[in-house]
Design a protein around this ligand. Structure first.
Ligand code: PLP
Length: 385
């Protein structure tokens, strides 16, 4: 029960229902794609239901935003045209010239690139620290640190950060903790409930889930943070169109069933890789010996659909493996129903070459889809021969 006496709903119920009730006029059970850039007013300033111009707000987007807030256990949600548009808005909302940010030493390549190439030109400085080590994160902070930015599990090394501890570290230094929750999704992990101030998503990945839409979102419980994000959302205009918002919401409805299957399939593949002599290391938080296993078990429902492996045969073996799979498609991105494989050093994380965030060159990242697991195992088996 909530304070208001309403029954608290489970994750899947919220994912399916939050943000939209059947339309009172037509009974439409799904939110319509409101393809309208402007909205008629009843007299000057007389907006109907708060809509005037679709960069500022659109009913399909509003439904998605309410849904995103509900599934993350937050109060406010804002949709963006991409995860990077959301990241850009959050960085601008949270940092001013002279400020400092701490980012993971294996941050998403695009996040690192945006901070390193663009924000440093506007007087922002950054340090990198391993999310696995709260003391190292604390040590990387300066009196100017306003944001501590983490991913957990990280991309592509699948390191795990203790969100509650990192929130304490950030707050002790007067900074806010932002969690990029793209890899885990709110089904597996809810950072706001663990003390994070802001949750950010590339909804392109598991939330959309079908590799058919690019989007981003920011969720928070803090009214001022939301007001700052809303100002930038409208002021800079990196908004999702109504069709994108619709597709993302459609994806979210099946998030829990898809995630369970992603996790089931990933667990079977981890078993296979762990026993294979061509594989030097399997990186997956669900493995007992994984350094982040205990933390992941405490803060996540399950361990996710992403696996990284290091090939015993080095870079060439990694490239060959990626080239030889047939069910796993060689492509960037992740989180869709279809299995994908990639070489981070040459693809998603090429921009980190030569930096502190450089990834091992024998590393292969797999986004395990929801196909029949026997076909996935057979595919990686033939590709490793
Ligand atoms: C893909 C991704 C992003 C960027 O999102 P886009 O939708 O591609 O702009 C940010 N963080 C993580 C962890 C991602 O995987």
């Amino acid at each position: 029960m909530t304070d208001s006496g309403e029954p608290t709903q489970g994750f899947s119920t919220k994912a399916i229902h939050a943000g939209w009730d059947p339309d009172p006029q037509t009974g439409a059970v799904n939110v319509p794609i409101f393809a309208s850039s402007t909205f008629a007013q009843d007299g000057v300033g007389g907006m109907r239901d708060g809509f005037e111009y679709a960069r500022t707000g659109n009913p399909t987007r509003r439904a998605l935003e309410a849904n995103m807030a509900a599934i993350e256990g937050g109060t406010y949600g804002r949709g963006f045209s991409s995860g990077m548009a959301a990241t850009d808005a959050m960085l601008r909302a949270g940092l001013r010239p002279g400020d400092h940010i701490v980012i993971p030493n294996d941050a998403y390549g695009g996040t690192f690139r945006l901070i390193d190439k663009v924000f440093t030109q506007w007087g922002i400085s950054y340090s990198v620290a391993p999310v696995v080590d709260p003391d190292a994160v604390a040590a990387a902070m300066t009196p100017q640190t306003k944001l501590v930015w983490i991913e957990t599990p990280t991309n592509p090394l699948l390191n795990v950060g203790d969100i509650a501890k990192l929130a304490d570290v950030a707050h002790a230094g007067g900074a806010r903790l932002v969690v990029d929750n793209t890899f885990a999704t709110p089904y597996l992990q809810q950072p706001l409930s663990l003390g994070a101030d802001v949750v950010l998503h590339s909804t392109t990945k598991y939330l959309g889930g079908h590799s058919d839409v690019v989007g981003g979102a920011i969720v928070t419980n803090d009214e001022q943070t939301d007001a700052d994000i809303a100002f930038l959302q409208n002021g800079s205009g990196g908004v999702p169109g109504p069709f994108d918002a619709y597709l993302t919401m459609r994806g979210i409805k099946t998030l829990s069933v898809r995630m369970d299957r992603h996790c089931d399939n990933a667990e079977k593949l981890v078993e296979f890789f762990s026993a294979h002599k061509a594989i030097e290391t399997v990186l997956y938080p669900g493995i007992d010996g994984h350094p982040g296993h205990a933390t992941a078990a405490a803060q996540m429902r399950r361990f996710g659909g992403m696996i990284s492996v290091q090939l015993a045969g080095g870079r060439q073996a990694a490239l060959d493996f990626c080239a030889k799979t047939k069910v796993f498609t060689l492509a960037e991105s992740l989180g869709g129903i279809e299995s994908l494989i990639e070489h981070p050093g040459a693809m998603t994380h090429a921009s980190t070459a030569g930096s502190l965030l450089e990834v091992p060159d024998n590393l292969v990242r797999l986004s395990v889809g929801i196909e029949d697991v026997e076909d996935l195992v057979a595919d990686v088996d033939q590709a490793l021969r």
